[in-house]
Unconditional design. Structure first.
Length: 418
């Protein structure tokens, strides 16, 4: 059997066969079909699990994680699949209290590759990296003998490869805002049409959407599918409370008692790079906020925690609205350095172009290499200062390795900081 790193590299290498993905609605639609075809080659592992399906513009990873914690606290055999990972592929797959056993993931990867070879020999369309990873997740969770799977959508919902599941107990739509407009549409109405696509049949629909017209859309689709609907809303735009309320409603929908939920919330640890504190002196926070909606939540938390001078290391994807995010950060930052990520889907924005969006009195240095930016800023900071690394989950994940290595994550089957 291949070792973990070899198996992961084999899986990643297969993505260069996929040529149909063009970041368009048409390629999204093809995604679902070819994922379903490969699952058929693997004897339909998706038919062996009970699902809670989670989509939304922001918070879907955190909500997935919280639901997992609640089902685990209720004594259920549960797994969850989130994306993207911050440091290593293993982080996408959680089984029970830990990340999946590396040897089990290797087995799932090799089974998927064997099925994929047969799929391609039959002349069927090649799959993307995310589609293959989704298939690996379903195979791995069956091998792990879990009953429940909490599944986070990768992009949109209707045509996302996670939507191959034949039935779900709960469909969660956290919220709808502008993001991935080049693929999902230029308005919240168009984006909502894609996200309601996870309502595929009778199930409990839980949503944190607040716009009246979008609530009406969700209610209409749910009615057509004979699904129930519950809307939840947190006061004062508290996004952490919002996530907890959504997860609570989803867990209750499958019979988890409130006292169990409260215990799970009390001990829950967040996902990596979700306003994650890496150091106290100085205060260092890594955060993957990569759109305006997510950045609003980040700024809200930063206001309550910041101290001393606030240093920011910022980098984002070329397709993102960097100006909107930097405008939110500007009132709290004393200096903003710009950089780029080296690894990740989609081209990063040119750091020099990002620097032009920052007023001269707050403009720091421009860095081509993020690790050099981090070393410089840490050298400049005083113990009472604050550093926020944000703008991209890829950037946050790359710099997080300064504190948590890939080797330690795989060995411990945990991404948590000590």
């Amino acid at each position: 059997m291949k070792n973990y790193k070899e198996a992961v590299q084999r899986l990643i290498s297969l993505s260069n066969l996929e040529t149909s993905w063009r970041g368009s609605q048409e390629s999204l639609q093809a995604s679902l079909n070819r994922t379903r075809q490969l699952l058929a080659k693997l004897e339909h592992p998706e038919r062996e699990l009970k699902f809670i399906h989670v989509t939304g513009t922001s918070g879907k990873g955190s909500v997935t994680n919280l639901i997992h914690e609640m089902l685990l606290a209720d004594g259920r055999a549960v797994a969850s699949y989130t994306s993207p990972h911050t440091t290593t592929l293993l982080e996408r797959f959680r089984v029970s209290e830990k990340l999946i056993e590396p040897k089990l993931l290797v087995q799932a990867i090799e089974l998927t590759i064997a099925g994929y070879e047969a799929h391609l020999v039959e002349g069927k369309q090649a799959l993307s990296y995310f589609e293959l990873a989704t298939v690996v997740a379903l195979v791995a969770f069956v091998l792990a003998k879990v009953e429940w799977c909490v599944l986070e959508v990768g992009l949109g919902g209707r045509w996302d490869s996670t939507n191959v599941i034949p039935k779900k107990e709960v469909a969660v739509i956290t919220n709808v805002d502008l993001d991935h407009t080049d693929i999902l549409g230029n308005s919240v109405e168009e984006i909502a049409q894609e996200k309601v696509g996870i309502i595929t049949g009778r199930c409990a629909v839980i949503s944190g959407v607040v716009q009246p017209n979008l609530r009406e859309l969700i209610s209409d689709v749910a009615s057509d599918k004979k699904a129930s609907v519950l809307f939840v809303e947190a006061p004062n735009d508290d996004h952490r409370l919002h996530n907890a309320l959504l997860a609570t409603a989803a867990a209750q929908a499958v019979g988890v008692k409130i006292e169990v939920i409260e215990k799970a919330l009390a001990k829950s640890k967040g996902l990596p790079c979700r306003f994650e504190v890496m150091s106290q002196k100085p205060l260092v926070i890594v955060d993957g906020a990569h759109n305006e909606a997510k950045m609003k939540g980040t700024v809200q938390l930063l206001k309550s925690m910041k101290r001393g001078r606030v240093h920011v290391i910022f980098g984002c994807k070329h397709s993102k609205d960097a100006g909107a995010m930097l405008k939110l950060l500007a009132p709290l930052a004393n200096v903003v350095h710009t950089t780029r990520y080296q690894h990740g889907y989609g081209a990063p924005e040119n750091p020099a172009m990002l620097a032009k969006l920052i007023t001269k009195n707050k403009r720091g240095k421009t860095w081509l290499f993020a690790d050099e930016a981090l070393q410089f800023v840490l050298g400049e900071m005083k113990p009472e200062d604050t550093l926020l690394i944000t703008g991209s989950l890829y950037l946050a994940g790359e710099l997080r390795t300064h504190w948590v290595s890939e080797e330690s994550i795989v060995k411990k089957q945990s991404s948590q900081v000590k």
